[in-house]
Design a protein around this ligand. Structure first.
Ligand code: SF4
Ligand code: SF4
Length: 229
């Protein structure tokens, strides 16, 4: 029957004497290993691997690593325990208990702020959700735990420290690029992708837009109305 391969009569090829002795094959395999070892030792700089932990990879400034809770100048947490990050967290790994702040201007502060790092998926939604820019992420990916309790970071391990930032640097944070505290001055000039009907009008007004009218792509797909006509 066409299309069916009969494998029932196939027998593995007979091993040669050298293969049955094993030793020549082992030596052949070892020679490949030694050849690669010698080549890598001669070209250490071109090695695809790094000597961790002495060497570390440089991560993007948008890297989503361990979180930090930002502080005000007086050292208190910027967090006002509004629960927005807890609500936004898809992994439900943030636990907050709010307390009344002695300063009436701040109203609330987190008595408990825990993040379960074993449940966290490092999506950064908590950073996006925070109205006070009180929670940022760092490029610190060194999180190893011996117990489950160890993986639950409370305020004392989340509070920003100069040492941690000096060692790892800031990662995902509001208002990038920049120091994370100020929106880009030209935010209003950032390019937007206008709807189809607006492009001609904007071009007439002298706004330079990328030419998206040509070529295939989801932006150029015909609308439902166009398809129906
Ligand atoms: S990074 Fe994502 S999963 Fe982790 S605490 Fe923030 S919102 Fe939750
Ligand atoms: S969203 Fe920001 S201010 Fe609100 S509880 Fe989370 S960290 Fe605190």
């Amino acid at each position: 029957m066409s299309g069916v391969i009969d494998v029932s009569r196939k027998v593995p090829p007979k091993l040669t004497l050298a293969q049955r002795l094993y030793l020549p094959e082992i030596l052949r395999g070892m020679s490949v290993t030694v050849r690669h070892l010698a080549r890598n030792l001669a070209n250490m700089k071109r090695l695809p691997t790094i000597l961790y932990p002495e060497q570390k990879r440089g991560y993007s400034e948008r890297f989503r690593g361990k979180h930090i809770l930002k502080t005000r100048e007086d050292g208190s947490l910027k967090c006002v325990a509004c629960y927005m990050c807890q609500q936004a967290c898809p992994a439900e790994c943030i636990t907050i208990v709010a307390g009344e702040h002695p300063k009436i201007a701040y109203e609330k502060y987190p008595v408990v702020f825990d993040i379960d790092m074993l449940r966290c998926v490092f999506c950064g939604f908590c950073v996006d959700a925070c109205p006070k820019d009180a929670i940022w992420m760092t490029r610190n990916d060194q999180m190893a735990f011996f117990t489950r309790e160890d993986a639950v970071f409370s305020i004392d391990r989340l509070r920003e420290t100069k040492e941690e930032i000096a060692e790892h640097g800031y990662g995902y944070r509001p208002y990038y690029p920049g120091d994370g505290t100020t929106p880009p001055s030209d935010a209003s000039l950032l390019p937007v992708i206008p709807g189809t009907g607006e492009r001609d009008r904007l071009r007439e007004e002298g706004v330079k837009l990328p030419d998206r009218d040509l070529g295939a792509g989801p932006l150029n797909a015909p609308s439902q109305a166009q398809k129906a006509s």
